[in-house]
Design a protein around this ligand. Structure first.
Ligand code: C2E
Ligand code: CA
Ligand code: CA
Ligand code: CA
Length: 279
């Protein structure tokens, strides 16, 4: 019995430290990824449903270690948030997204907006708005062509500071989208305190658009809510023609999803931007 007890203790201890070693290793690798520029942006078009023209592209981060496979944000963003590394990563994302956006807009005849995801943790930095202003100045991207995407959770986490920063960002002329709308639990009154321009319907709801009328209730309600709050609506995760047609019927403004394009690298999206319309 004594031995069993000791064995158990050892197994427990080993597991705990192995977990910590994993976490420390990940932290180290993320730090290295920051200094060695291992992050790349992929881009996914956001299409105006009425015209099928590309109005914007969303920048989505990927981690490409010098050896090994590409790592998706679901596998490292949370850890970057917990360690605070998201500040540096987020700054790099903002800078390279705006550089790319400025370059494209110098070459295109139609303007294209660049949408960038911001983490709730980035709003703990009181200088976030100043940083964005600097990035717009140095890259030359017009503020109107930048859109920042925040989730309901961001809004809930640090309401005062977030509200203040969002007002500053919005006053510069930068657009604000509420991401994953419907997936969280923010109250409407909360939402209305913020100066947003767009509501992005979470892909879970887009994918509920089937020919069953009962499934259409929530997505339809969100589109109508957006309109009554004077926000444009963007449906994410649009994969089928059926979903697109339904969204059009219900008055949704923009669509994003595999139906038009997966997120792809800058080189691959460039001919789509030049063509300007998809499908
Ligand atoms: P998100 O902002 O909601 O981004 C949309 C996600 O849906 C992306 O996953 C995209 O690849 C995926 N998606 C797009 N169209 C479709 C579709 O038709 N069907 C399906 N099933 N999925 C689709 P991804 O790129 O893996 O990003 C996951 C999340 O990681 C993002 O969700 C966002 O919350 C976060 N993220 C990505 N880039 C950044 C970044 O630069 N900074 C921060 N803080 N978060 C980021
Ligand atoms: Ca997003
Ligand atoms: Ca989203
Ligand atoms: Ca999401």
């Amino acid at each position: 019995a004594k031995e069993l007890g000791r064995g158990r203790y050892q197994i427990f201890d080993y597991t705990m430290s192995a977990l910590n070693v994993d976490r420390m290793a990940l932290t180290g690798k993320l730090k290295q990824a920051i200094t060695q520029n291992e992050f790349v942006l992929h881009f996914q078009p956001i299409v105006e449903i009425e015209s099928h023209s590309i109005a914007a592209v969303e920048a989505l981060i990927r981690w490409q270690p010098s050896e090994g496979e590409m790592i998706y944000p679901g596998n490292f963003i949370e850890h970057a948030e917990e360690t605070g590394l998201i500040h540096e990563i987020g700054n790099q994302v903002l800078l390279s997204a705006c550089e790319q956006g400025a370059q494209w807009n110098r070459q295109l005849t139609h303007p294209v907006t660049i949408a960038v995801n911001l983490s709730a943790i980035q709003f703990e930095n009181p200088e976030l708005a100043d940083y964005i202003r600097d990035v717009l100045d140095t890259t030359g991207l017009p503020p109107e062509l930048l859109n920042v995407e925040i989730t309901e959770t961001t809004v809930m986490k640090h309401p005062e500071q977030t509200e203040k920063l969002l007002r500053e960002i919005s006053d510069m002329g930068v657009g604000i989208s509420i991401d994953d709308f419907g997936a969280g639990y923010s109250s409407l009154s909360y939402l209305m305190r913020f100066t947003a321009n767009k509501l992005k319907i979470d892909k879970a709801f887009t994918q509920q658009l089937t020919d069953r009328r009962s499934d259409q209730i929530i997505p339809t309600a969100i589109i109508n809510l957006g309109r009554s709050l004077n926000l444009q609506t963007v449906a994410e995760g649009v994969e089928t023609r059926f979903q697109l047609d339904m969204l059009y019927d219900k008055g949704c403004d923009y669509a994003q999803g595999y139906l038009f394009s997966k997120p792809v690298d800058a080189e691959t999206i460039w001919p789509m931007l030049q063509a300007h319309t998809l499908l």
